[in-house]
Design a protein around this ligand. Structure first.
Ligand SMILES: *[C@@H]1O[C@H](CO)[C@@H](O)[C@H](O)[C@H]1NC(C)=O
Ligand SMILES: *[C@@H]1O[C@H](CO)[C@@H](O)[C@H](O)[C@H]1NC(C)=O
Ligand SMILES: *[C@@H]1O[C@H](CO)[C@@H](O)[C@H](O)[C@H]1NC(C)=O
Ligand SMILES: *[C@@H]1O[C@H](CO)[C@@H](O)[C@H](O)[C@H]1NC(C)=O
Ligand SMILES: *[C@@H]1O[C@H](CO)[C@@H](O)[C@H](O)[C@H]1NC(C)=O
Ligand SMILES: *[C@@H]1O[C@H](CO)[C@@H](O)[C@H](O)[C@H]1NC(C)=O
Ligand SMILES: *[C@@H]1O[C@H](CO)[C@@H](O)[C@H](O)[C@H]1NC(C)=O
Ligand SMILES: *[C@@H]1O[C@H](CO)[C@@H](O)[C@H](O)[C@H]1NC(C)=O
Length: 445
C-alpha cells in the first residue's frame, strides 16, 4: 500500500459518527513522520480558458477590521496595484465557518473552531472545477505533508501555533478527505514554490499563511508587510501573472458587533491597466467567489448560497449578469442561522443538514451540479439559496434585509451605483413564511 497512514486516518474518520468534536484530533508523532516520508504531493495542470481570467488564487489573512487594513501603508500599496472591493462581507464568526462557506457555500450553522466534518453528500468548489478538469490545489503553510488531517501542526521547536485545520477549507469536507488523490492536492508552501518553478501551478488555489503570517497571532502591520513581500516577486513573474486573478482578503473582521465587512483586493495580470487603483463597491460575500468561478469557467452551482450570490464585476461584465444592490443597514453577517455544526456559542443547534437547491436559475447561469441534483432529488431546499444574501425565515435571520437589481448601466463608481430602483429589473425582500411555503408548493406543482 502506497499511503498507509492516510488510509488508516480515513478508516478511523469513517468510524467516527460525531460530526463535531471540541478537542483536537492529531495523529501520533510517529505516524506523522511516516506520512511525511511517504506522501507525495500531486500537482495536476490544466489550461481551461475563462471569460475574465485563466487562474484564480485567493490568499486569506485573519481577523482584521476593514478600517485597520485600509489604513495600513502596505495594504494601500497593494490596493494601488489592483481593484479594491469596498463592500465585501464575511458570512459569520469565528474563523472556521467562513473557510467552510468558501468551499461548500454554506455555514451549516457552524459557530465554533472545533474539529467539524461536513458529510460526504455535500459538494464543494472542487466538484465544480472537476466538471471541466480545471486543476486545483491548496497551499497551507507548514502543513507537514499533503492531505494531513490533524487538528494542528505546531512549530516543533516552540510549539507555537503554526498550521491549523480550522483555516483549511477543503479538509473540512468528507467529499474531499475520502479521496486519496484529492488529499494530495492539499499541499504546503514548499510545494507552492516547487509548482511555481516547475510551471505546475493549478488554475484554482486557496492559500493560507501560518498563524504568524496571517495576522492571527500578530497584527495587521506584520501581516500586511508579509503579504506585500510575498506578492511582490509574484507580481513580476510572467508565468504566475498571465491572465491570473488574485484575491487578497480576510476570513472575518475582528470586532464582532460590527458588520463583518472585510478589506479585499483583486490583483494580477487579468486586471486591465485602467482599472488599477480603482474601487468596486458591489456587495459581495465569500459565496460570491464560488459564483464567480462558475460564471468565469461556465460551471454549475452547488445549489447553496453561491447560487444567488453576486458575481465579481470583472466577470459579471462579461456575462452581462446584473448584480444586486443589497441594503446592509439591517444585515447581520456577524453570526449565522441554526444548524448541525452549531455548538450553541452564537447560533442554535439544529440536527438537520440543509438540503441544497436542485432546480432554478443561479447567478452564474449554468444550472446546478448533477450530483447535487441526484443527491437532493425530491427534497425541499432548506433555504432560498437564490437570494444574493443568506437569510432564514424560520429563525428570522436577515429577514429585514432587502435587495434590488442594480441599474444595468451602473458602473463601479459610488455615484452611479446608488440603490435607486429606476430601471432595475425587479426588487425582492425576504418573504413571509406563508409566501415561502406557497413558493415551495408551487415548485412541486
Ligand atoms: C511540505 O511538504 C513536504 C511533502 O510534500 C514535506 O516534505 C515538507 O517537510 C513540508 N514542509 C514544511 C515546511 O512543512
Ligand atoms: C497541537 O497543539 C497543541 C496545543 O498547542 C500542542 O501541544 C501539540 O503539540 C500540537 N500538535 C502537533 C501535532 O503539532
Ligand atoms: C510561520 O512561518 C514563518 C515563515 O513564513 C516562520 O518564520 C514562522 O516561524 C512560522 N511560525 C511559527 C509559529 O512557526
Ligand atoms: C452581531 O451584531 C449585533 C449588532 O451589533 C450584535 O447585537 C450581536 O451580538 C453580534 N453578534 C455576535 C456574535 O457578536
Ligand atoms: C446528508 O447526510 C446527512 C448526514 O449523514 C444526513 O443527515 C442527510 O439526511 C443527508 N441528506 C440527504 C439528502 O441524503
Ligand atoms: C427567493 O429569492 C429570490 C431572489 O432573491 C426571490 O426573487 C424569490 O422571490 C425568493 N423565493 C421565495 C420562494 O421566497
Ligand atoms: C429596505 O427596507 C427598508 C425598511 O425595511 C427601507 O427603509 C429601505 O428603503 C429599503 N431599501 C431598498 C433598497 O429597497
Ligand atoms: C464593468 O462595466 C462597467 C460599466 O461599463 C464599468 O464601469 C466597470 O469599470 C467595469 N468593471 C470591471 C471590473 O471591468
Amino acid at each position: 500500500m502506497k499511503y498507509p497512514i492516510t488510509a488508516i486516518l480515513i478508516a478511523i474518520a469513517s468510524c467516527t459518527s460525531a460530526q463535531r468534536s471540541t478537542k483536537g484530533e492529531n495523529p501520533s508523532k510517529s505516524d506523522i513522520e511516516a506520512a511525511i516520508a511517504t506522501t507525495i504531493p500531486h500537482s495536476p495542470v490544466s489550461n481551461v480558458k475563462g471569460l475574465a481570467f485563466d487562474r484564480f488564487f485567493q490568499v486569506w489573512l485573519e481577523n482584521i477590521d476593514y478600517e485597520d487594513a485600509e489604513a495600513d501603508e502596505n495594504y494601500q500599496w497593494l490596493a494601488s496595484q489592483g481593484i479594491t472591493l469596498t463592500n465585501f462581507y464575511a458570512v459569520t464568526h469565528p474563523s472556521e465557518p467562513n473557510y467552510c462557506a468558501a468551499a461548500g457555500g454554506d455555514t451549516f450553522g457552524m459557530d465554533n473552531d472545533d474539529f467539524n466534518r461536513v458529510p460526504a453528500n455535500v459538494s464543494t468548489i472542487v466538484d465544480l472545477l472537476d466538471t471541466k478538469q480545471i486543476a486545483w490545489g491548496e497551499y497551507q503553510e507548514h502543513l507537514p505533508y499533503p492531505g494531513y488531517q490533524g487538528f494542528n501542526y505546531s512549530n516543533q521547536e516552540t510549539f507555537a501555533n503554526d498550521y491549523v485545520r480550522k483555516h483549511n477549507p477543503l479538509i473540512l469536507y468528507d467529499s474531499v478527505t475520502e479521496d486519496a488523490t484529492r488529499l494530495r492536492q492539499i499541499k504546503n508552501f514548499t510545494s507552492f514554490y516547487d509548482d511555481l518553478k516547475d510551471e505546475k501551478l493549478p488554475q484554482w488555489a486557496f492559500i493560507t499563511p501560518n498563524m504568524t503570517n496571517d495576522a492571527h497571532d500578530t497584527d495587521i502591520t506584520f501581516a500586511a508587510e508579509w503579504e506585500r513581500n510575498w506578492m511582490t516577486p509574484l507580481l513580476s513573474n510572467e508565468y504566475f501573472m498571465k491572465d491570473t486573478l488574485v484575491l487578497l482578503t480576510f476570513d472575518e473582521d475582528k470586532t464582532y458587533p460590527k458588520g463583518n465587512r472585510i478589506f479585499s483586493i483583486l490583483l494580477g495580470g487579468a486586471i486591465p491597466d485602467d482599472l488599477k487603483g480603482t474601487e468596486d463597491d458591489t456587495f459581495y460575500t465569500h459565496y460570491s467567489i464560488i459564483a464567480s468561478m462558475s460564471a468565469n469557467w461556465g460551471l454549475p452551482s452547488l445549489g447553496r448560497w453561491d447560487c444567488g450570490a453576486n458575481i465579481l464585476e470583472i466577470v459579471a461584465n462579461k456575462t452581462n449578469y446584473i448584480n444586486y444592490d443589497v441594503d446592509t443597514t439591517n444585515m447581520h453577517l456577524n453570526e449565522t442561522y441554526p444548524g448541525p455544526l452549531s455548538a450553541g456559542e452564537y447560533s442554535k443547534f439544529s440536527p438537520v443538514w440543509p438540503n441544497a437547491l436542485t432546480e432554478g436559475d443561479c447567478s452564474a447561469g449554468h444550472g446546478i451540479l448533477n450530483i447535487v441534483k441526484d443527491t437532493y432529488a425530491g427534497t425541499k431546499p432548506t433555504y432560498n439559496y437564490t437570494s444574493p444574501f443568506p437569510y432564514d425565515t424560520n429563525s428570522g435571520y436577515n429577514t429585514e434585509v432587502n435587495a434590488t437589481r442594480k441599474s444595468p448601466s451602473s458602473s463601479s463608481s459610488p455615484q452611479a451605483s446608488s440603490s435607486s430602483s429606476a430601471g432595475s429589473r425587479g426588487s425582492i425582500s425576504p418573504p413571509t413564511s406563508h409566501s415561502l411555503l406557497m413558493g415551495a408548493l408551487m415548485r412541486f406543482l
